[in-house]
Design a protein around this ligand. Structure first.
Ligand SMILES: [Zn+2]
Ligand SMILES: [Zn+2]
Length: 105
């Protein structure tokens, strides 16, 4: 029977044994997982790492990321990735002729 280690509010730990599903996948964590990482890893697929309450980082309502993917997500967002993806349209056609010098008309 698998056993789990759950932190208690007073800073101690509590053992839980039973068929409670996979352990949290975060490093050095042996808690019961109640969440799955929702980070998209491929078309129609998500990371799906099992995560406990403390390691499932909520990035949007009902959307949780594992610690590793949270770092990726933050870097992506800070680099302006969200806007860039939304603005990912057809590039401007290459201009021909004289370069513009600010004088349009
Ligand atoms: Zn955990
Ligand atoms: Zn993940």
């Amino acid at each position: 029977m698998p056993c789990y280690i759950e932190p208690t509010k007073d800073g101690g730990t509590m053992f839980l044994c039973g068929k409670l599903g996979p352990h949290c996948a975060a490093e050095k964590c042996a808690s019961v997982s109640g969440y799955l990482c929702d980070f998209p890893v491929a078309e129609g697929r998500t990371c799906d790492l099992p995560l406990c309450e403390r390691h499932a980082y909520q990035v949007a309502p009902d959307l949780h990321y594992c610690p590793g993917h949270l770092v990726l997500w933050k870097a992506f967002r800070e680099a302006g990735g969200v806007e860039r993806e939304l603005g990912n349209v057809v590039p401007f056609p290459a201009r021909t002729g004289k370069p513009e010098n600010g004088e349009l008309f």
